[in-house]
Design a binder for this molecule. Sequence first.
Ligand SMILES: [Zn+2]
Length: 296
Amino acid sequence: MAAFRDIGGQDRLVKYLQQSIARGHVAHAYLIDGERGTDKNAVAEAFAQTLQCEEKGKDSCGRCHSCKMAAGHNHPDIVTLTHEKPNSISVDEIREQVVGDIRIKPYSSLRKIYILPDSHLMTVQAQNALLKTLEEPPAYAMLILLTDNRDMLLPTLISRSVCLRLKGDAALLLKESPEIQEMKEAFFDVFARLPQMTVSEAKSAAEGAAAFKEQRNDYLDLALLWYRDMLLLKAGGSPDKLIFREKESVIREGAGHYGFSDIGRLIKGVQETRKRLNANVNAELSLELLFLDAAR
Ligand SMILES: [Zn+2]
């Protein structure tokens, strides 16, 4: 598990959580929302570990019995939800691991804390089951929902939680190394030119991108952030909120070239490409489909 002192780049959020702990103002439910690649899990774990720490400070001590159990991921009063299917969390999983379990009092601490990674994967039934628990949680219970796609969550669930946003930062997302630098430069070059590419240019760009074998997922993460930025500009959002601020002019060109539905389709296309690559479908071919769609 983590400590607040190990989390970089989220000073305001960390300060807010530490003040809540110091003042004893801790809510029953939190929703931590942040782009893929941000440290949602580390924040949730640091929060949970600090609340359970026997030293009762603003950060976990790392030495007490509770901290040691948390560090070993076997703290009986910090439960992290697991799910069988990669793309969904079922109502049975929520019932067994949260709704039923939450009635059992904490084992060795004052609180019982549940961390729900990828909470947007809950089916609607699962969310409804959780909602009932959130309406009347036991005094000792606390839930931390994590998501990178809060639009998939029921508004009633969101309204019962304290919502916290993590800054998405592509620079944090990728640890810089010469290989990553090279991949990023190639990415920016391709994505700036994509709307104007001919079929043969798109094909050779796909060949080039497929060659970044180890970094294909990172490449696709960049693509998602790129189109998210484009959507933001197209919707009249402030350039201050761009992840790739230094690329504003070229992203704006793209936003002028595509319609809203095109950008939505491209985002889906990137997600689809990721699935194909994870299923070991030919990378060059998968990327070619995506690039040809973006180039038309
Ligand atoms: Zn401790």
